[in-house]
Design a protein around this ligand. Sequence first.
Ligand code: AMP
Ligand code: MG
Length: 438
Amino acid sequence: MSDEVQSRLMGTVNESEHTPAVDCYEGDPELLPVSEAWRRIESQSAPVSGQERVALRDALGRLLAEPIVSPMNVPGHTNSAMDGYALAAADLPAGGSLRLAVLGTAWAGRPFDDEATPGSAVRVMTGAVMPRGTDTVIMKEQVQEQRDDGGDTIIIGPDHHAGQNVRQAGEDIAIGDQVLCAGKRIMPAELGLLGSLGIAEVNVKRRLRVAFFSTGDELRSLGESLALGEVYDSNRYTLYGMLTRLGVDLIDLGVIRDEPDAVHAAFLEAARLGDAVISTGGASTGEADYIGETLARLGEVRFWRIAIRPGRPLAFGRVGDALFFGLPGNPVAVMVTFYQFVQPALLRMMGSNEAHPNATVRAICESSLRKKTGRVEIYRAILGQDAGGRPTVRSCGKPGSGLLHTMSDANCFIILPEDGDSVAPGAEVDVQPFFGLI
Ligand code: AMP
Ligand code: MG
């Protein structure tokens, strides 16, 4: 399902066709379909170059700069998967039972030095190298152990098969196998995998630099007092959180006043410092909104209005070598547009090999959701399950795009596609969960 949803939300976007720059900010008043917006963003967001070598622990969250080829077999030696007795398959009884002499013990990390002769067995612990002359292990619980003066013996019954309970050398990873590809994000499993191969350092892509600023005369920084009509700059903090989790280098340029010269200077500074630039606020066409016109003057506007709610004024283009995202000012719209457009674009620039990371699942909607056809609508919602264990989802209530606490209440987005209508309770909808196992 998720592929279908992604292609509906973002469009199928493999064409390399060049989109002509929209050089006039006033020239594109139509709402751009989300799929086309993503196509334009994708065609502009090429991976940046540069890499660095880091110690394994420091690679957590980073993206591999080159593939990892295994320098060894894992496991390195054929070994026992159980505590039990190793013997040659040729000695397994076809029917009835058989007594075998126990020659000694092989421990994990302490092999049995001799060869097992036919008609004998060696006691083995889980992880012990299989003694020479053996290829099969019988679980300790499945034999009768006997200790007497003539030495230890075991009696084994029928119904065993050759090679059972043995892990072959290279069964998990063979020497020369490519285990991880370039662009793979190092998560806990990858850390462990690299550790299992004895790899202490890896080459990772350099961190992307992202400069961001908030615009608005009404914005105050924390620690300042608020006069009538002023608000604290919260976008700076949500952006800080989202960008930090993504693993980029942040350049926080603070609050910029709604003045053409100030916005102009912020653009230039941000583009000089960052591979990507994000602004919030001032992206619509109000009298104090200077983002679109400054972008048009200094760089290229690729679009500035998308058929999505929340998030409609979203300016996208370039200033110098930097990719520019002019997000709306409303705090929820900032988060929605960041996750839907900016994060996937930044991941591409970082060199991630995930085509599009925003996975979706289907769930039964318990709320009734109003929807205008012709635009994608995104609701903040809570994913749960019904008594039968089926996924259900309900809206967080008020849809206002300034209500940041609804983002905090939510654990997912409901994504209603462009061509869909309003949703009645009981209908299935597409849901994007906020978190997986992290
Ligand atoms: P704008 O897009 O600039 O018209 O802003 C839309 C709404 O979002 C206004 O109510 C702003 O006060 C609010 N807003 C803009 N930027 C921020 C910010 N950084 N933090 C909190 N609210 C903001
Ligand atoms: Mg504003």
